[in-house]
Design a protein. Structure first.
Length: 745
């Protein structure tokens, strides 16, 4: 037996020989053979025993080797990662269970393939590169590539390749295969998320549970104006706009608490203070125990989008040339008005305005001039209506006006005539060009004439057709009676403008009598108008028109001047001093400095202020309550007295009576007329008298015509009265004669 040079092997052989010799010596000592025979026998027996002992040792070593190999194979085969053994020709020699499961091929099939055949074709060149480098220099190679499963689906693996020598001295490669598909997907997701975080146009902000900003992306800075270094560490409320209330913020936090998500439109504020509308999504992130630890806010600027939508909406409902609402908007407004107008006793009028010679303008001067003319006319129309009214362009040279809350049907005709007058004048365009067009107008009314938008449009179109047939340059209602009434109002308005200049007005005076003594203590100045051709025109007819066309102030000043001048003449003539009552209209009280006007006229005429009593309505006082008190107190300081007219027909608020420095309360004629027949009117009259006296006011009853009415008033302590029972309104000379009758002979 050839001995090994190894010291352990020599020691083992020596030990075996010593043990064998001990056994042989014991056996030979009991044998009768010769010395040479014994020596030879000794050597043979020692060698035999030595071989037997060596075989036993080898068998034990084999058992240990097999046990070690079994343990190694178990570790190899049951390892949680894939192991594959290949030769230099890429043939697969061995694979553990993890590799077989990963590659999804039976062991027998797998061993008939090369590793290359399992690799995605796009990565095979890369695999060859790393394998050849390992074969050439022996250095372990680690790299990633895609494998293919039998169904051709790809999955990512990490390969670790090492070179080693097999038992038969054949060079081999051991490959460790790790499935990294999940990590690859997560990595790709994170990579894409990072790219998206940086590149998205939507702002992203991450805050903690205290609303402190932890992270923002570039879009956040671009949208808000806050660089990342300025925003991080700040409270997210630095973006808060004042447009949102605290209640709105509570709604957001409550929604986040309940569902971990809120989204909607929200106003925010940029660093420069500019507010912008954003669409915001907030997500609450929870940890492994369910506690919220982060809030992620993603937002986009809706300002441009909203502006674009507003522009589209504007263009859908407006005329692009004039900026006026279009036909659709007009119909929508009419539908709304029809739904609401039925609830109030007001009139809505639809006017369709058609230009009479617009086609000639386009043909003669071109469409650019025509467009400029339409824009010019738009301005004229807008200036002729109130803010609550609508002017619309229906198309071409046709416009529409929707007039709301009219008191009278004739008011629409007044507006129509103003438009006709304005458009009948030469219109000055650019470059000094003067153009005359004129117009015709058709009018329909809701609810008197039409009940629906379609009916109103059809009726206004029909009325416009009649207006054109009348020779253009006029207006027509769908009803002839309304057209006539409106024309009459316009005619009276024209005559009113001439009445002052032609001295057509007169002041009449109705005596006011003290009930207790029957003595005339005053007179109310009443305006009368007699036209040379129209005859007597009632104040109830012309005064509302004077208010509408702006003539009531000059007419009111004329009445005050004429009445105080006449009353001063009576004083100069020795007639008894009486109280002169003069009405002030709401318009006089609302516009201009009425206190200065009154004081100036008294100074001009010389009439004593303490003899003047100004009559006002409740509505006039209530429209300018605070200022009214100041005006009345200023005049009261000069001795002028005040009466509240037509009490009981307006607001009739006792509270207002307390606030104003008044002297007289006048009971309206409507409550006196039926005193003898209606108990309600009796109770109202008595209540007014008692209430006025409680407030230390005197009471004057208007319209007393019978002795029975006077007796009732006297029974309930009314102070004064006026009416036909004593005298109608008289010219100045007749009243002077009546006053003279009371003088002693």
């Amino acid at each position: 037996m050839k001995k090994n040079n190894n010291n352990n092997d020599d020691l083992t052989s020596t030990t075996l020989r010593q043990q064998a010799e001990q056994q042989v010596n014991i056996s030979i000592e009991n044998n009768s053979a010769t010395a040479d025979e014994k020596k030879l026998l000794h050597e043979l027996q020692v060698h035999q025993i030595e071989l037997e002992m060596m075989n036993e040792h080898l068998r034990a070593a084999q058992i240990e080797l097999e046990k070690s190999w079994s343990q190694y194979f178990d570790l190899y085969d049951l390892a949680p990662i894939g192991y594959v053994t290949i030769d230099y020709h890429d043939n697969i020699h061995e694979a553990n269970r993890a590799a077989i499961a990963l590659l999804n091929l039976p062991r027998g099939v797998l061993f008939k393939k090369t590793l290359m055949q399992l690799i995605d074709p796009k990565d095979q060149a890369s695999y060859l590169h790393y394998r050849n480098r390992l074969v050439d220099n022996g250095k372990p190679q680690v790299f990633q590539l895609a494998f293919l499963k039998p169904d051709a689906s790809a999955f990512w693996v990490r390969l670790e390749m090492n070179r080693y020598t097999a038992i038969n001295n054949e060079p081999m490669l051991r490959v460790i295969i790790s499935d990294i598909s999940v990590q690859k997907k997560q990595g790709e997701y994170l990579r894409q998320a990072a790219i998206l975080f940086e590149a998205t146009s939507e702002g992203v902000m991450v805050t903690d549970v205290n609303n402190t900003i932890l992270l923002v992306n570039p879009a956040f800075s671009q949208l808000t104006g806050y660089p990342a270094q300025e925003a991080i560490g700040q409270n997210a409320n630095l973006l808060k706009s004042n447009r949102q209330s605290d209640d709105f913020s509570q709604i957001i936090w409550q929604k986040l608490h309940n569902t971990d998500c809120w989204q909607g439109e929200l106003w925010s504020r940029r660093k420069n203070g500019q507010e912008f509308l954003q669409f915001l999504c907030i997500h609450a992130l929870r940890d492994e125990i369910g506690q919220v630890y982060r809030y992620v806010s993603i937002f986009s600027d809706l300002t441009e989008q909203k502006n674009a939508l507003n522009t589209l909406n504007y263009l859908a409902h407006h005329d692009s040339l004039t900026g006026l609402p279009n036909r659709m908007s007009l119909y929508n407004r009419m539908e709304h008005l029809i739904c609401t107008a039925t609830k109030v006793a007001k009139i809505t009028a639809l006017l369709i305005v058609d230009l009479d010679r617009f086609k000639d303008v386009n043909d003669s001067y071109g469409h650019s001039t025509g467009d400029e003319l339409l824009q010019y006319i738009t301005t004229i129309l807008n200036n002729r209506v109130r803010t609550l009214d609508m002017v619309a362009r229906l198309g071409g040279d046709e416009f529409a006006l929707l007039l709301e809350n009219l008191n009278k049907a004739e008011d629409a005709g007044i507006v129509a005539q103003e438009i006709i007058d304005a458009l009948s004048e030469p219109l000055c365009l650019s470059a000094g060009l003067e153009i005359c067009v004129g117009c015709s107008i058709g009018i329909s009314l809701f609810p008197e004439l039409g009940k629906t938008s379609q009916e109103l449009m059809q009726q206004a179109d029909t009325a416009l057709y009649h207006a054109k047939n009348q020779g253009r340059g006029n207006f027509q209602y769908f009803s002839e009676a309304l057209t006539h009434a409106a024309l009459k109002r316009i005619h009276i308005g024209t005559l009113l403008r001439e009445a002052l200049q032609r001295n057509e007005f007169m002041v009449y005076y109705q005596p006011q009598v003290e009930i207790a003594t029957g003595r005339i203590i005053g007179a109310e100045a009443l305006l009368r108008w007699t036209h040379p051709t129209e005859g007597v025109i009632s104040p109830s007819e012309f005064i509302p028109i004077a208010e509408e066309i702006g003539l009531i102030n000059p007419i009111g000043e004329w009445v005050l001047r004429e009445a105080t001048r006449q009353a001063q003449q009576w004083l100069t003539a020795g007639l008894p001093a009486i109280k002169l009552a003069v009405n002030l209209s709401t318009h006089q009280f609302r516009h201009g400095d009425i206190a200065q006007t009154v004081l100036s006229l008294l100074q001009e005429t010389g009439y004593p202020p303490e003899c003047l009593e100004l009559e006002l309505t409740e509505s006039a006082l209530m429209e300018r309550e605070v200022e009214a008190v100041s005006i009345l107190e200023r005049l009261r300081a000069r001795g002028i007295r005040f009466a509240i007219d037509d009490f009981g027909t307006g607001y009739s608020s006792f509270l207002y009576l307390k606030r104003f420095p008044l002297d007289i309360l006048k009971i309206d004629k409507s409550f006196i007329n039926d005193l003898e027949q209606l108990d309600d009117d009796k109770e109202i009259a008595v209540a007014i008298i008692k209430m006025a006296h409680t407030l230390r006011l005197k009471v004057l009853a208007e319209g007393v015509e019978t002795q029975a009415q006077l007796d009732f008033l006297q029974l309930h302590d009314c102070d004064f009265y006026q009416g036909y029972l004593k005298s109608p309104a008289l010219p100045a000379e007749a009243l002077a004669n009546l006053l003279a009758e009371g003088l002693p002979n």
